[in-house]
Design a protein around this ligand. Structure first.
Ligand SMILES: [Mn+2]
Length: 239
C-alpha cells in the first residue's frame, strides 16, 4: 500500500540526557520532517499516575498521542533506542492489505527468560491503526488494573518484559484476539544486539538497538557509519 497516510510517530524521553537519546530524538524528528509525519514526544511524566518502571509509561504516552492527534490514520511507537536507518523509506509500505489493526515484528530474543514475550513480538516498534478497537486496547493497557496485574505477574516471575508481555497477553483475550498482524522480516524493526543477533541490512527502515548498554548502542551506530548530524547511514554501511 503506497497511498500516503496521516501518521504520528510517538516516543518518550526519560531525562537521562544521554547522547543516545539526543541522537535518537534528532533522528525521529528529521525522519518525520522529511516524510511529512507528525511527531509526539512525551517528556513530562509527572502528569501520569506513578509507575515503578519507565516501561509502564509507554501505554499512557501512546494513549496521550491518540488523544492529542485524533485525526491520524496510524501511530508509530518507537523506542528511544531505535532509529530510522533509511530516511526515504516510508511507513506506509508496511501496511498490509485488509483489516490489520496493530503491526508488530518478532522479538530479538530466543527463550532467554522463558516469558511470553520470548515467543512473541517486540514492543520496541509498534504501528497502531486509529480504530475504536485499538484505542480501547491501549486504554485498557494504560489502566491501573492492567498495571497492577502486570506488576504482580512480574513479581511472581510470570512476565519479564513488562509492556511487551502485557501486549502479548491482552492480544490473546476476547475481542482482542488477532489484533496483532506479524510483519517480521521486512526491515520494519531490525536488530544488531549483543546476544548474537545480527539481522540488520543496509536499507532497512528501523534499527532497534536492544540489548546493549548505552555506550554499546552508540558503538553500533558508529560501526554502521551512522551520521549523527543527518541520520544517514554512511557509505561503509556495514561493520
Ligand atoms: Mn528498546
Amino acid at each position: 500500500m503506497d497511498e500516503k497516510k496521516k501518521i504520528c510517530v510517538v516516543s518518550m524521553e526519560n531525562h537521562t540526557g544521554h547522547l543516545l537519546y539526543i541522537v535518537a530524538h534528532a533522528n525521529h524528528v528529521e525522519y518525520c520532517r522529511r516524510n511529512g509525519y507528525e511527531y509526539y514526544e512525551a517528556n513530562d511524566f509527572s502528569k501520569y499516575p506513578e509507575r515503578d518502571h519507565a516501561h509502564w509509561y509507554k501505554f499512557p504516552v501512546i494513549h496521550d498521542a491518540m488523544q492529542s492527534h485524533p485525526d491520524m490514520d496510524y501511530y508509530l511507537w518507537i523506542d528511544m533506542d531505535a532509529v530510522f536507518t533509511n530516511m526515504d523509506e516510508r511507513l506506509e509500505q508496511f501496511i498490509p492489505d485488509g483489516d490489520a489493526q496493530i503491526l508488530m515484528s518478532n522479538d530479538c530474543k530466543g527463550g532467554r527468560h522463558g516469558s511470553l514475550a520470548d515467543r512473541g513480538y517486540c514492543s520496541g516498534v509498534v504501528m497502531l491503526r486509529n480504530t475504536e478497537l485499538v484505542r480501547s486496547f491501549i486504554e485498557e493497557l494504560s489502566s491501573e488494573l492492567m498495571y497492577n496485574l502486570g506488576q504482580r505477574c512480574e513479581k511472581a516471575g510470570i512476565i519479564h518484559y513488562r509492556d511487551q508481555d502485557m501486549i502479548t497477553f491482552l492480544a490473546q483475550v476476547g475481542c482482542y484476539k488477532g489484533i496483532i498482524t506479524d510483519i517480521s522480516g521486512k526491515g520494519f524493526q531490525s536488530y544488531i544486539n549483543n546476544m548474537g543477533v545480527d539481522q540488520w541490512d543496509k536499507g532497512d527502515c528501523i534499527l532497534h538497538l536492544c540489548g546493549h548498554g548505552f555506550g554499546g548502542k552508540l558503538d553500533i551506530l558508529k560501526k554502521i557509519g551512522y551520521d549523527l548530524s543527518t541520520g544517514e547511514v554512511g557509505l561503509n554501511g556495514r561493520p
